[in-house]
Design a binder for this molecule. Structure first.
Ligand SMILES: [Zn+2]
Ligand SMILES: [Zn+2]
Length: 254
């Protein structure tokens, strides 16, 4: 399995963009940074995006992707998420007020450009199995286990501490990595808790529940405002398993 990072920060300033990953050059997890990274030709090829939750830093480029690739050669875009996340996208984004309702706009023939697809159970994109699970974050957020039959990778999306992540990861027989988040310095514990995010301290504490030894933990979602402080704090954590993600990282799992 190949994971490429398009953006992996909890805010948007020059040089840092919000969350998006490409899995096996086939589909995306989250749509925080597509249009600032991929060419128009590459954007035109995207047909499937799995969304963790409806916060803007994870969905904003759905809007510009559809706008950028509105042409008769474009295949419909399938967007998958939990029912309440799909409802939020319908009600509050693609509602003809904030952005056009692309679920009722056909670029050619009678096929709408956008399919918003509710998922509650495991589903597949090609031969890759995708299993949603609840996490601890507002907006009905979910994480996903991505399984290509040989390798399993867990994406938590945004989350604060929750046993659900570690129960899900511990149940994976071929777990190769967990992609999770740290948003605030540990001194801001109460804000992190209130907003459903990890600090390095709460993530380290919660990791005690992970039973699969030596699993790499890839950390994203550092808030740009606290980037220097977070990187300094990160240096003080000596666990070799903790790895800070950067845009353009490409990680292969065998
Ligand atoms: Zn969020
Ligand atoms: Zn976020």
């Amino acid at each position: 399995m190949k994971i490429k990072v398009l953006g992996c920060h909890g805010g948007h300033v020059p040089g840092y963009d919000t969350t998006s990953y490409i899995v096996n050059d086939r589909f995306l997890v989250d749509a925080g940074s597509i249009c600032s990274v991929l060419t128009l030709e590459q954007q035109n090829e995207i047909t499937d995006i799995v969304i963790t939750h409806s916060h803007l830093d994870h969905v904003k480029d759905l809007c510009f992707l559809l706008e950028n690739t509105f042409n008769k050669n474009r295949k419909p875009l399938n967007v998958y998420s939990a029912p309440m996340v799909i409802k939020a996208l319908k009600d509050h984004v693609f509602n003809d007020l904030i952005w056009p309702d692309f679920t009722s706009i056909c670029v050619s023939g009678k096929v709408p450009l956008l399919n918003l697809i509710e998922v509650t159970d495991p589903f597949s994109i090609d031969s890759i199995n995708i299993q949603p699970f609840k996490v601890n974050h507002p907006a009905n957020a979910v994480g996903y286990v991505i399984d290509d039959g040989k390798v399993q990778v867990v994406f938590t999306g945004d989350s604060g501490p929750t046993p659900k992540i570690w129960e899900t990861a511990n149940a994976c027989k071929n777990l190769k990595a967990i992609f999770t988040e740290v948003s605030f310095p540990s001194r801001m514990d109460s804000l992190a808790k209130a907003s459903g995010h990890f600090t390095l301290k709460t993530l380290s504490d919660d990791l005690q529940k992970l039973k699969v030894e030596n699993t790499p933990i890839y950390i994203s979602h550092f808030k740009p405002l606290f980037l220097e402080e977070l990187l300094n704090e990160f240096q003080s954590y000596t666990s070799e398993n903790l790895k800070a993600l950067h845009a353009d990282d490409e990680i292969h799992f065998l």
